[in-house]
Design a protein around this ligand. Sequence first.
Ligand code: EPU
Length: 335
Amino acid sequence: MFKLEENVSLKKYNSFGIQVFSKKFFLLTETSQLKKLFKQSQGKSIRVHGGGSNMLLTKNYDGLTLVIGTKGISILSEDEVSVLVEVQAGENWHEFVLWCLKNNYGGVENLALIPGSVGASPIQNIGAYGVELKSVFHSCEVFDIETRCFKTFLKKECDFGYRDSIFKNKRKGMDIITSVCFQLQKAPHNLHVKYGDIQKYLEGKKHSIQEVAEAVISIRKSKLPDPKEIGNGGSFFKNPVLKKEHFNRLFKKYSDLPHYPNPDSTIKIPAGWLIEKMGFKGIREGDAGVHSKQALVLVNYANATGIEILALAEKIQKMAKKEFDITLEIEVNIL
Ligand code: EPU
């Protein structure tokens, strides 16, 4: 029998720093504990936390919160050009990126400093500065909650899309990702430096994965709040994808609207720009606010509740609908 902690504050387990309580709590340190834990908790609700960096907690939880704290990185196989690495779900994502940089393994440098755990990274196919997780993802091992068996998902089975995967859709809440295998590149590396901000930063410098990571870290630090200082969950909304006619209508009115055409003739536009245009950037209502340097990020200055942050988000959504006829989709999980 595992001893479960009771009435535990989840404040330090969510990057928004929201104070709510979980009736029961368990920190998982060995994947092998899962089978026994689920047997012991039969019939009770269980909710899994990775790094807690993509969630907004709005109420106390009456069930068992399971924090995945398993650690370990191991090389499964390698040849002259690449290496297959298995990482346990509880490893911190950025620590893993640093490990790759130290070993000169390429592929994740553009994803430096993304908060959260390795186990959570496939769920929303984390992405930044022109690279998505799916480009290095090989497979992951999951614990299927219903059958209580471990199984493997290969990349082609994960239905990866923009901030999306099978684990957010068809299999939402059905699996616990226990480890992820990445296919990383040995030198010479294929670098992704086309993203505007990175190009600017690297001008005149020689290019290596370490320098690309340095550029990404510096850009992120200048725009995005550090959750250790100001609570936040990264981008709160997804960037909306518009049909051509809709975009043309808006572009006629706002000729400075940044836009990124997709191959299927739809057009992605930055939600941060829309939110700034509506005048929300830097505003504060109580302890809930919109970050002053990146309007896509909602923040908790100290003691905001999840409900207060959500109310601000809904206000933004309502105005975006009215002003631009755009439905801003929330990216973080509301729990
Ligand atoms: N912009 C504004 N005002 C703002 C914010 C952005 O006008 O307050 C404009 C910028 O001028 C720029 C454009 O919007 O022209 C894009 O801004 P940025 O490069 O900061 O990227 P983003 O589209 O706002 C996305 C990701 C971020 C990721 C960056 C860099 C989503 C939902 N967000 O943001 O991801 O770091 O690109 O690749 O796709 C996250 O998911 O938590 C996250 C931070």
